[in-house]
Design a protein around this ligand. Structure first.
Ligand code: NAD
Ligand code: UDP
Length: 319
């Protein structure tokens, strides 16, 4: 039975990965210090009485000890939403740098394959559109977002160094904006903020004039792309995201319509270094992994709305 360590496993994406790897028949060790995650995201795995699932509370910037053999390490630990990494700048830099170093050291010692969760933020405020993996990016290293972007750029460099100089088998996924159940309603990202504002009948806070774009991918599609990448031979970075691009203003309007809310829009200042555009070029994922997203935004948003309604104690909407 393959044995897999998932760092950041109690977070939004990590918990979905725990589910997928349990379903694939792996033994899963979920490691997390709960700085932004929550054991509520994985409690169903305990309830199963599953002896293939174990949770270890640990800060991965400290030496990681795992007894026995390991086949795979998925390094997902890191604050990820802009308000989280702006509140936790040093922890964000440390987990990208020291945490990635520890995870790679563990993979090397165990002869395991490591997959790094990187991000579209390595492209910064991009000057080419859509973004392809061979674009080097446009990041402000000393801006407020730099703590996250540079930590991930360092993590990629460290991963490639372990691959080239130590022969560790590595994979790098560059994740574009992903959404779905288990996002924190108060994580400050556009989708949970807009949904809770719409459900509460409050104005939706659009930053800037809302002309900036994002491309949102449903979590199940992302997890499938990650699984395929891990099992592939591709050691160069691969973009995983949904190329369906939308302006933030249109996105807010879409959420008002979906929730049936009578909320209005209110415009607030654009945060510093907020990328103007973002859309993945997924040619490499298509060609190398045979992957393409399957869930369209309408369906994905409905499934996410059901989750948030439940979290907020609201009755489900009849289909
Ligand atoms: P999240 O905050 O829900 O999950 C991150 C998890 O890492 C949390 O459970 C947190 O407690 C844990 N963690 C943080 N620092 C740690 C440390 N030092 N030791 C142990 N655990 C630690 O965020 P998420 O959205 O699930 O993101 C997961 C990963 O995916 C992150 O690495 C993030 O950079 C990457 N990513 C996410 C997105 C997205 O759209 N959600 C986009 C690009 C990249
Ligand atoms: N945004 C917004 N209102 C909010 C939260 C975010 O207009 O209440 C904007 C934000 O400035 C950015 C986009 O929505 O242009 C996506 O933001 P998010 O934090 O979801 O992700 P990221 O900026 O990391 O792509």
């Amino acid at each position: 039975m393959p044995r897999t360590l998932i760092t950041g496993g109690a977070g939004f994406l990590g918990s979905h990965l725990c589910d997928r790897f349990i379903d694939e028949g792996h033994e899963v060790i979920c490691m997390d210090n709960l700085i932004t995650g929550d054991t509520q995201n994985i409690e169903h795995l305990f309830e199963l009485g599953n002896d293939r699932f174990r949770f270890v509370k640990h800060d991965v910037t400290d030496f990681i000890h795992v007894g026995g053999e390991l086949d795979y390490v998925l390094h997902f630990a890191s604050p990820a939403s802009p308000i989280d990494y702006l509140e936790l700048p040093i922890q964000t830099l440390k987990v990208g740098a020291l945490g990635t170093h520890k995870a790679l050291g563990l993979a090397k010692a165990k002869d395991a394959r490591l997959l790094l969760a990187s991000t579209s933020e390595v492209y910064g405020d991009p000057e080419i559109h859509p973004q392809k993996e061979d674009y080097w990016g446009n990041v402000n290293p000393i801006g407020p977002r730099g703590v996250y972007d540079e930590a991930k750029r360092f993590a990629e460099a460290m991963t490639m160094a372990y691959h080239r100089y130590h022969g560790v088998e590595t994979r790098i996924v560059r994740i574009f904006n992903t959404y779905g159940p288990r996002m924190r309603i108060d994580d400050g990202r556009a989708l949970p903020t807009f949904m809770s504002q719409a459900l509460n009948g409050e104005p939706l806070t659009v930053y800037g004039d809302g002309s900036q774009t994002r491309s949102f991918c449903f979590v199940d599609d992302l997890v499938d792309g990650i699984f395929r990448l891990l099992m592939s031979d591709e050691s160069d970075p691969v973009n995983i995201g949904n190329p369906d691009e939308i302006t933030i203003k249109e996105f807010a309007e879409e959420i008002i319509e979906l929730t049936g809310s009578d909320s209005s829009l209110t415009f607030e200042p654009l945060p510093k270094d907020d990328p103007q555009v973002r859309q993945p070029d997924i040619t490499r994922a298509r060609e190398v992994l045979g992957w393409t997203p399957a869930v369209d935004r309408k369906d994905g948003l409905k499934r996410t709305l059901d989750y948030f309604r439940k979290e907020m104690g609201l009755a489900p909407v009849e289909a």
